[in-house]
Design a protein around this ligand. Structure first.
Ligand code: HEM
Ligand SMILES: *[C@@H]1O[C@H](CO)[C@@H](O)[C@H](O)[C@H]1NC(C)=O
Ligand SMILES: *[C@@H]1O[C@H](CO)[C@@H](O)[C@H](O)[C@H]1NC(C)=O
Ligand SMILES: *[C@@H]1O[C@H](CO)[C@@H](O)[C@H](O)[C@H]1NC(C)=O
Length: 547
């Protein structure tokens, strides 16, 4: 207060005003002063030489929240121009150090356990949604074991069953959902407009519950489960990463839904244990698999652990797959000639002499649909669902000179000097940046699935150089050299990739076999307001029946 009153006395214009007007003027002056001091500090005060450069921002605390939040990719590309591959930005009071390019991804994904923690970055967001005792609510070693248990359930035997189940669900959706009404009237070569994102969200949850989640979940989806899922999903909001546990109505609904859903799964498990259901251990779903397995020390999973792993899988697979499906359908709509080539591929592989197509099957689909494979791959290159991946920094991380080299700020540094990312910061990887980098890919912004047939495709040649590593749930490529990492890398890498390819391939094949399609208007831009990059509304496509 001392400072404020002397400020008033020292400012002639203010001295002559009424107290109310003085207060009002201060309400303007003080924030302006803070902004000015903040700018001066950034321009005049020497930066800690070892720390990465800080992105210029006007307002303290808020920092770059607006420009990052509005368009993270523009933010990354613009600041890479100014500062190089490694820079820090302020996000609502946090220090976030971005590390771009394959080397940056490697720094984040393959950081040592003593240096970076995923659970400390994510647990406030995920634990209230998934529930306790799983994923980021347990030490990393336990997560690694849980990933192994889930991977065991994602077996080829189960996948063989899933292809038919997925086709069944999509067929049923086509025959009953109002969105497909134009095709339910027996008009030959019918045409109709479909909100593709809405349809793909529904198809994704129907097919994932029929396969991975099991028949009880699939049956409940037509009833209360859908509402519970919705409430839980609304709790999966980026605000909970930045400011955990705000007393928001959406968070209260999330907590209620989590309890109910957790109980719902535990009841399924108990009924199965007691044989009080026609579902048993011969089911091909994940519940059946987890009920039969034990941790390394021989302990079976508790019901609550199985329940919460199932919720985590539901959430992990839903938005990623539905977003990728929507982008894939939209990209294809913008290149209808590729849809015809995909159809020709189906005819070549599954066509019978009488002109009909045999049902899809996992083994054929996996090896004999190379164009379909490339379409999914290319969709994930241009539209990786997750734009930012984070870890909390536990102890100072030295940045290798090769990573700190480009950009204007640190060119004056000697060749052997490096940045140090201080403990307490967060590090952020954004593989989508190198996936769309014009310096890495020919015609980077063109949807060109066939680039994946090139022998010298940069993702293939770099993958060859990466060694294999195993964190306890199977060998994977380190990814340390790859500009293409839509599923991440390192100990937290996705284990759902094969399931996602199966699900996406089967659903896209269904549409290719029966329809051709185009965009209703223009190609929709990206919407960054949720955790996942979604197509902006409206995102409609016009389907035309082949027969
Ligand atoms: C197109 C589909 C998908 C994409 C693009 C995708 C992407 C990713 C990415 C980038 C990560 C790494 C996150 C990080 O490092 O912080 C990840 C992890 C993971 N994903 Fe996926 N995912 C997809 C589908 C799925 C599906 C269908 C499942 C489940 C069946 C799944 C389960 C998981 C799990 C369990 C993790 C491990 C988290 C950890 O170890 O910290 N994902 N995914
Ligand atoms: C962010 O970094 C600055 C130094 O650049 C430091 O003074 C501040 O305490 C850090 N903030 C947090 C929340 O770690
Ligand atoms: C969709 O369902 C309708 C109604 O059952 C059916 O006549 C049509 O053949 C199906 N369309 C496709 C594309 O399978
Ligand atoms: C490139 O890599 C993909 C995925 O590993 C593979 O399917 C494809 O055959 C490779 N292409 C070439 C030309 O090596």
């Amino acid at each position: 207060m001392e400072v404020v009153s002397s400020l008033i006395q020292a400012t002639p214009v203010l001295r002559d005003l009424s107290p109310v007007a003085q207060a009002a003027s201060l309400a303007v002056i003080i924030p302006v002063l803070i902004v000015i001091l903040n700018i001066v500090a950034q321009l005049v005060l020497p930066q800690r030489t070892a720390a990465p450069p800080v992105v210029f921002h006007y307002v303290p605390i808020i920092g770059s929240a607006i420009s990052y939040g509005m368009d993270p990719y523009k933010f990354f590309f613009d600041n890479r121009e100014k500062y190089g591959d490694v820079f820090t930005f302020k996000l609502l009071g946090r220090n976030i150090t971005v590390a771009l390019g394959p080397k940056g991804s490697n720094l984040v994904f393959n950081g040592r356990l003593q240096q970076v923690s995923a659970e400390e970055a994510y647990t406030h967001l995920t634990t209230p949604v998934f529930g306790k005792e799983v994923v980021y609510d347990v030490p990393n070693a336990v997560l690694m074991e849980q990933k192994k248990l889930v991977k065991t359930g994602l077996s080829v035997d189960n996948f063989r069953v899933y292809v038919g189940q997925i086709t069944d669900e999509v067929n049923n959706f086509n025959s009953t959902d109002p969105a497909f009404a134009p095709f339910q009237k027996n008009v030959p070569k019918a045409t109709g407009t479909v909100d593709i994102f809405k349809a793909m969200c529904e198809i994704t949850i129907l097919t994932a519950s029929r396969t991975l989640q099991g028949k009880e979940v699939r049956d409940a989806l037509d009833k209360t489960f859908a509402d519970l899922y919705h409430d839980l999903d609304m709790g999966f909001n980026p605000i909970n990463f930045v400011i955990p546990n705000l007393p928001l109505p959406s968070n209260f609904r999330r907590d209620r839904a989590q309890k109910k859903m957790s109980n719902f799964y535990q009841e399924i498990i108990q009924k199965r244990r007691q044989g009080k259901t026609d579902a048993d251990e011969s089911e091909h779903d994940m519940i059946a698999s987890l009920m039969q397995q034990t941790y390394k020390n021989g302990r079976p999973l508790r019901d609550v652990e199985i329940a919460h792993i199932m919720i985590a899988l539901l959430m992990a697979g839903q938005h990623t797959s539905s977003a990728t499906l929507s982008w894939g359908m939209l990209r294809l709509a913008s290149r209808p000639e590729i849809i015809e080539e995909l159809y020709a591929e189906q005819v070549k592989v599954f066509g019978d002499s009488d002109g009909t197509l045999r049902p899809l099957d996992y083994d054929t689909q996996k090896v004999s649909l190379p164009l379909m494979d490339c379409v999914v791959r290319e969709t994930l290159r241009m539209h990786p669902p997750i734009h930012s991946i984070m870890r909390k920094v536990l102890s100072d991380i030295p940045v290798p000179p090769t990573l700190a080299a480009p950009g204007t700020v640190n060119t004056e540094k000697s060749a052997d000097s490096t940045y140090v990312i201080p403990a307490g910061h967060y590090v952020m990887a954004a593989p989508g940046v190198s996936q769309m980098d014009t310096k890495v890919w020919r015609d980077a912004d063109k949807f060109d699935p066939k680039r994946w047939f090139d022998k010298d495709n940069v993702a293939n040649t770099s993958e060859d150089k990466d060694e294999d590593v195993d964190y306890g749930w199977g060998a994977i490529k380190s990814g340390g050299n790859s500009p293409y990492l839509p599923f991440g890398a390192g100990r937290h890498r996705c284990i759902g990739e094969q399931f996602a390819y199966l699900q996406l391939g089967t659903i896209l094949s269904y549409f290719v076999r029966r329809y051709s399609w185009t965009l209703e208007t223009t190609f929709p831009g990206p919407d960054y307001t949720s955790m996942i990059v979604l197509p902006q509304q409206p995102a409609n496509i016009v389907l035309t029946e082949r027969k």
